[in-house]
Ligand binder design. Sequence first.
Ligand code: 3PY
Length: 260
Amino acid sequence: MKHGLSYTVNCSILLTELPLLERPAAARSAGFDAVEFWWPFAEAVPADAEVEAFVKAIEDAGVRLTGLNLAAGDMPAGDRGLVSWPGREKELRDNLDVVAGIGERLGCRTFNALYGNRVDGAAPELQDELAVANLVHAAKVVGAIGGRIVVEPVSGIDAYPLKTAGDAVEVIDQVAADNVLLLADFYHLAVNGDDVPAVISAHAQRIGHVQIADAPGRGAPGTGELPLDDWLGALEAAGYAGLVGLEYKADGDPFAWLRR
Ligand SMILES: O=C(O)C(=O)CO
């Protein structure tokens, strides 16, 4: 390893052979003390009992919840966030209250606000204005518990407008809140053709979270061609001291590469 950064297991993409609530304990058994999740409920505002079961699963597993995505719509159907989606403002705000409640109870302070896809019939400029207003609000809500919002460029969905770190930083600049930072997912950035070493040099101070997967294929490190270890070393040397989210797909033992 060319870095000393610690990992957090993304339990929405890993360990998916298990029911969601069993994944934190499986991450713990595999030797990790930190997990992160995409929004783990079908609804933006789930029933109290569902929230209780989720909180209990994390607490009982003895892991920390280190990251949580805001509700993002129907992810399997291709939705990637509500932040710029006209007409879903109330749902997003209601969701944020639940998110902050979970964050407060579990000590989670990093929240991924997926931007949302371009919507047919909506003017992109108006979607972008709405996104900035929603992110200002989100920053206030999670700021009240000492939290931060991270904004993520994503690959694989043409309609998702934030492709590069520069696209996300442009939005973050407009929000102009200290607790809104870049989520640098090296897989998404590389697949979208971004220059990851240049992103690290230009934006290391504004990176609030990092995630990794190899490309092509979004598999574990070593299954593709990305120099992830070099990039993490460069990121650490540039001052990043946060966690690295393991956000890849895996068959068999998902953590074998860490023991090699
Ligand atoms: O949708 C994805 O691929 C993500 O990384 C969401 O956080």
